[in-house]
Design a protein around this ligand. Structure first.
Ligand SMILES: CC(C)(COP(=O)(O)OP(=O)(O)OC[C@H]1O[C@@H](n2cnc3c(N)ncnc32)[C@H](O)[C@@H]1OP(=O)(O)O)[C@@H](O)C(=O)NCCC(=O)NCCS
Length: 167
């Protein structure tokens, strides 16, 4: 098992980071795990007031992962983690990066909840989310049409501010 990474450095993404985002979400095998946007879609999303992109790595200047928060704030549902991807899955970066993203949300915004949805077949991501304190809220049965036409279940997961604060 790879050693757990030190706390990653994270920052808000800039337009120049979108090539990393675009390439990372298209890594082989990711097409069954996450959606991918065109560069134009990313540029439009980055410009939105209700969206934030975070990028991070263990060393300054070397990007290893990104996360998209959209919407950034909602008085009812909270922040949605729309997407999270790392450049080298399973090497111990994504867990600490997710924890840094959650910390950023609860220390930078007034959200009381962070949530996401994940394909039930994405066991690695579900494990990482559970380990970061997210709980399963419910199941959206066959609520996504995969590129090959099959349908996939999605699981809603969330963590509340008070749960994060108590960890
Ligand atoms: C999800 C993602 C961000 C997690 O980051 P990561 O760097 O791979 O995660 P880590 O290496 O920190 O941890 C992986 C954990 O999953 C576990 N794992 C690996 N494969 C697994 C599987 N098939 N089932 C269950 N757990 C698994 C590992 O053992 C490890 O857990 P541990 O540290 O408790 O032993 C990353 O895998 C990724 O970018 N995946 C592709 C895109 C994606 O799925 N995004 C999420 C869409 S909702």
């Amino acid at each position: 098992m790879p050693p757990r990474a030190a706390a990653p450095l994270i920052r808000l993404a800039e337009r120049a980071d979108l090539s990393f985002v675009h390439a990372t979400e298209r890594l082989p095998g990711y097409e069954r795990l996450t959606a991918a946007w065109t560069t134009a879609e990313h540029e439009a999303a980055l410009a939105r007031d209700d969206t934030r992109y975070l990028v991070g790595g263990r060393d300054a200047g070397v990007l290893e992962g990104f996360a998209i928060l959209q919407p950034l704030e909602d008085p009812h549902e909270g922040a949605k983690l729309k997407r999270i991807c790392v450049a080298r899955a399973g090497e111990g970066f994504g867990g600490p990066f997710l924890e840094a993203v959650i910390r950023w949300v609860f220390t930078t915004t007034s959200n009381d909840r962070l949530w996401l949805d994940v394909f039930t077949h994405n066991e690695r991501a579900r494990h990482v989310y559970r380990r970061a304190g997210l709980r399963e809220d419910g199941l959206l049965r066959e609520a996504y049409r995969m590129p090959d036409g099959t349908r996939a279940d999605r699981c809603i997961m969330s963590v509340l501010r008070r749960e994060w604060a108590d960890r």
